[in-house]
Design a protein around this ligand. Structure first.
Ligand SMILES: Nc1ncnc2c1ncn2[C@@H]1O[C@H](COP(=O)(O)OP(=O)(O)O)[C@@H](O)[C@H]1O
Ligand SMILES: [Mg+2]
Length: 316
């Protein structure tokens, strides 16, 4: 059974805070699959204005296989994946449980601490943040982030009590669970994984105006530097790749993903998160890492789709 004889649904859009990014990813992925000779049906989940019922949208659509180009929300946290499982449609990327786990930074960090996978120290608050505890156990600067968001949405770096209070309120708009995390000086790296192979880490160097590799730096600014090669020695590069694979495998991720890693001032590497449905826009990091390995955008999309299709065929 060849995937080229089937209909591929590119599922994109969604209603998370990352909808705009996903619209761009979805368009690029759709075009790449068409260029490679696949039959494609693009599904803008929730549609313009978000009025459509997503379960009905997916069950009414005619397709055999899905390329998930959603970021954040139900497209990345396992819910869309679970609907596709129920509809018995194979799809790219991680299964529902791994997707949900990776999306929840608080749960992931607690699990990694148990496994000994390094991740920045943190406190997590579901209700009212305990400011006394924060002051007792952590010191400024701190990173405040919602547990289940992406694209640096709701994340702040804070240096003072006043900034902390405001950042906690900001983060609360996006999630009930808030992380107060130790600040890691960097540099920062991100590692693409496809079919259980780690690609060359990309070094991320935001311009001095951007304190974090934040939403603007990620999607708008033209002055973020992407370092490929990333500037580490060969040995350290291998260490970062091995750590990325360990973190990715620990969550039982499959297909593809991207792991965010930082280096502390002590030289040690620490894992921020695993992205199970990473960006696929022209600015995005997975296409950049693939390109460095000699894989152009269209071939990358084909590779992700064919890998998922073949692993589905193996389970039939
Ligand atoms: N503990 C930290 N120390 C320093 N910078 C951080 C820390 N946590 C996050 N950042 C910065 O914020 C960005 C987004 O954080 P991340 O945890 O990857 O969440 P997401 O990408 O899901 O929004 C990172 O790429 C990094 O630049
Ligand atoms: Mg990230």
């Amino acid at each position: 059974m060849l995937l080229k004889d089937k209909i591929i649904a590119v599922i994109y859009g969604g209603r998370s805070a990352e909808r705009e990014v996903s619209l761009e990813s979805g368009e690029r992925v759709t075009q790449a699959l068409i260029n490679k000779g696949y039959k494609v049906e693009a599904i803008d989940l929730f549609g313009p204005g978000g009025r459509l019922n997503p379960v009905k949208q997916l069950s009414d659509a005619h397709f055999d296989f899905a390329f998930i180009a959603l970021h954040g929300g139900e497209g990345e946290d396992g819910r869309v994946q679970a609907v596709l499982d129920m509809l018995q449609k194979p799809y790219t990327g991680s299964r529902p449980l791994a997707s949900g786990f990776a999306m929840d930074k608080a749960l992931t960090k607690k699990y990694w601490q148990g496994l000994g996978i390094p991740t920045p120290n943190y406190l997590c608050f579901s209700d009212k943040p305990d400011l006394e505890k924060i002051h007792r156990e952590m010191s400024f600067p701190l990173i405040i982030k919602p547990s289940r968001e992406g694209s640096t949405i709701g994340i702040s770096k804070v240096h003072t009590q006043a900034e902390l209070t405001k950042a906690l309120e900001d983060a609360k708009k996006y999630d009930s669970d808030i992380l107060v995390e130790e600040f890691v000086s960097g540099p920062e790296f991100t590692v693409t994984i496809i079919d259980d192979v780690a690609y060359a880490p990309i070094g991320l160097k935001p311009s001095s105006e951007h304190e974090l590799y934040d939403y603007e730096a990620k999607y708008i600014a033209e002055d973020t530097q992407y370092l490929l090669p990333c500037g580490l020695s060969d040995d350290l590069e291998l260490e970062v790749q091995a750590l990325a694979l360990e973190a990715y495998r620990s969550l039982n991720c499959s297909g593809w993903g991207r792991v965010d890693i930082m280096q502390g001032s002590d030289g040690c590497f620490t894992v921020l998160e695993v992205n199970t449905s990473p960006g696929m826009t022209s600015h995005s990091l997975v296409p950049m890492a693939a390109n460095y390995a000699g894989i152009d955008y269209d071939s990358l999309v084909e590779m992700i789709a064919e890998q998922a299709w073949h692993s589905f065929l193996e389970t039939c």
